[in-house]
Design a protein around this ligand. Structure first.
Ligand SMILES: Cc1ncc(COP(=O)(O)O)c(C=O)c1O
Length: 386
């Protein structure tokens, strides 16, 4: 691989030893674009309010278990951005991000030796979590609407999964969206075969016309997970799950589960609650959505004619390459220009076929100019093979 060229890499300040470290521009990650003109003031004022309203010693003095009452009520209001009605707050659990919720859900609903059904291409971290927890994976073929019902039913019969981990809205990585009919069919199969639904709806807050969550079709077996990381800011580390019942929430999280690692730092949960209560979340989502649309407009313009799957409010782009182009060479050509993107292979956690495609994120470059530079590297490699 060629060394990254000087004009396409970020050059960080001098290393302590005097070394200058050149870091590639990260477009393999999938973060929301920053919107400091809206976020900074909202966040400063929320932090000030948290400190004014709480004694810091009270706030940090003890765990808040599933979240304080106020935080769970705010979580119920947050998930109501997607659910038709706000759930009762005692079905809501606040955690320090989606991944922590997934660890708890996989351990509690599937467990060591059990089987988890996944989409044939999926969020790669699920593979690492399943391996750590001793959980087997059963991949379900997907199409343009995600999970294919007949294939899923076959997997339910042959592999008896305890749960399905699924992203019905802007699937990672393919951007597929399940239509309402497909959601109803998949929910019905889960009900018939006793398969719990773990719905990760993390990409759903930027688009405005999505079908209701899969969980609304079978709430009694669904764990609906909505994190803040992909629509607001990546490192607030606040995510909410709606359990099928208050009792199920208590069994799986607290006091049933005795772990505390997944609990949200009280200040983060409290800041998120104020952003939700004051309506700042809506303004932040609007700003992130506007920047995402602008970046997607540039993608559509610069890669016109390429086989792209995405939408204006999606953080990532799924680019299928012509059959005679190697995705590995393509990723290497883009890397040689100082930009990282991901081949389909990292999303295939089984021996399912790997499409000749790559995924890149639009939001991670810290500003419009860096994004343009990354897009140019991708488009150049696409056009020239170099
Ligand atoms: C589908 C999906 N879920 C969850 C996450 C991470 O969420 P969190 O940072 O809240 O753990 C990601 C991040 O890439 C993701 O793609």
């Amino acid at each position: 691989m060629n060394a990254p060229s000087a004009q396409t890499v970020d050059v960080r300040p001098a290393h302590p030893e005097g070394l200058v470290v050149a870091a590639p521009l990260n477009m393999s990650g999938n973060l929301p674009p920053k919107a400091p003109h809206v976020f900074d003031e909202a966040c400063r004022s929320a932090i000030a309010r948290v400190l004014a309203e709480h004694s810091p010693n009270d706030l940090f003095g003890a765990h808040q278990f599933k979240g304080s009452e106020r935080d769970r009520a705010a979580g119920a209001a947050f998930v109501a951005r997607r659910l038709p009605v706000a759930p009762e707050a005692d079905r809501v659990v606040v955690a320090n991000g989606t991944q922590s919720l997934l660890v708890m859900l996989l351990a509690g609903l599937v467990g060591q030796g059990g089987t988890l059904a996944i989409e044939a291409l999926t969020y790669p971290t699920i593979g690492r979590l399943a391996e750590t927890l001793g959980i087997g994976l059963a991949a379900v073929p997907i199409d343009a609407e995600g999970v294919i019902p007949d294939a899923f039913e076959g997997v339910c019969r042959s592999r008896r999964p305890a749960a399905l981990y699924v992203m019905p809205s802007l699937h990672n990585p393919t951007t597929a969206i399940m239509g309402p009919g497909r959601r109803a069919e998949v929910a019905e199969i889960c009900r018939r075969y006793g398969v719990a639904i773990i719905e990760d709806d993390i990409y759903s807050l930027l688009p405005q016309n999505l079908p209701p969550p899969l969980s609304t079709y079978a709430p009694e077996i669904s764990w609906y997970v909505l994190g803040t990381a992909k629509a607001m800011v990546a490192a607030l580390k606040v995510a909410y799950v709606v359990a099928p019942s208050a009792m199920a929430a208590a069994d799986l999280f607290w006091p049933g589960g005795r772990e505390t690692f997944w609990m949200c730092a009280p200040i983060n949960a409290a800041v998120a609650s104020i952003l939700i209560e004051e309506g700042a979340v809506g303004r932040i989502l609007d700003a992130v959505r506007a920047e995402t649309r602008e970046r997607q407009r540039r993608v559509a313009e610069r890669l016109a004619g390429a086989d792209l799957r995405t939408m204006p409010e999606c953080l990532h782009v799924w680019l299928t390459l012509p059959e005679d182009r190697s995705r590995t060479d393509f990723v290497a050509a883009v890397a040689a220009r100082g930009v990282t993107i991901s081949p389909s292979d990292i999303y295939a956690l089984s021996d399912a076929p790997r499409p000749n495609a790559v995924r890149f994120g639009t939001g991670a470059p810290r500003d419009r100019a860096s994004f343009e530079r990354g897009l140019e590297a991708i488009a150049h490699a696409y056009e020239t093979g170099e």
